[in-house]
Design a protein around this ligand. Structure first.
Ligand SMILES: Cc1cc2nc3c(=O)[nH]c(=O)nc-3n(C[C@H](O)[C@H](O)[C@H](O)COP(=O)(O)O)c2cc1C
Length: 181
């Protein structure tokens, strides 16, 4: 309960990122997500510190392709999205046609992996933030990641050590719950 209730996304992240062993533990915890039929309809791509530059270049190239009139400053802002944390883990959903497990269930399983990674990182004292963006669908970025045609970016999980002030406490929500009579 404490892990679920206390987790907060951390947009400001600095080093250190999880080391190799810590990362293996986080990824292994995340991959224990519910998975109908044990299809494992997901995989993970680790973007470490050195891999962020080329990924940012792919973001910028995709931006230039999408908007040939984009200014160098705009392209730089897009390029910098890869540098917002010392590490990014790309959760890739790989849903495939299956006679009993529809695509939406497989996509839901991939989303559980992404959430699990964010939760596990938070529980181990790291900061994490699940981000998405149009560039996850851009052909140049997909090619850079080596995605197959039936794969999709479920989330860019930014990982590192929390920086900046802790987020304000979460406002309690009215629970969107009804009881079936
Ligand atoms: C599928 C998905 C995509 C998201 N994409 C973004 C994003 O691109 N940028 C962003 O600022 N927050 C994004 N968020 C929201 C943050 O991850 C985060 O949940 C939000 O800032 C609220 O913070 P909290 O998790 O501490 O409540 C996304 C969340 C989900 C579930």
């Amino acid at each position: 309960m404490a892990a679920l209730r206390g987790r907060r996304s951390r947009p400001a992240l600095t080093g250190p990122a999880p080391d190799h062993d810590e990362l293996r533990q986080l990824l292994s915890a995340a991959c224990s997500a519910p998975d109908h039929g044990r299809l494992r309809p997901w995989r993970l791509i680790v973007v470490d510190s050195a891999a962020r530059g080329p990924l940012g270049d792919a973001f910028a190239a995709a931006h230039a392709e999408r908007d040939p009139a984009a200014s160098p400053e705009e392209l730089d802002r897009t390029r910098a999205k890869a540098m917002r944390a010392p590490m990014i883990v790309v959760v890739v959903g790989a849903p495939r046609p299956h006679p009993k497990v529809p695509l939406r269930e497989q996509q839901a399983s991939a989303a559980c992996v992404a959430y699990g990674l964010v939760l596990a990182a938070d529980a181990r004292g790291f900061g994490a933030m699940w981000r998405t963006g149009w560039f996850g669908d851009a052909p140049k970025v997909r090619a850079h990641l080596g995605l197959a045609e039936d794969e999709e970016v479920t989330g860019w999980i930014y990982l590192g050590t929390p920086a900046g002030s802790p987020p304000a406490p979460r406002t309690p929500l009215d629970l969107p719950v009804s009881y079936l009579g």
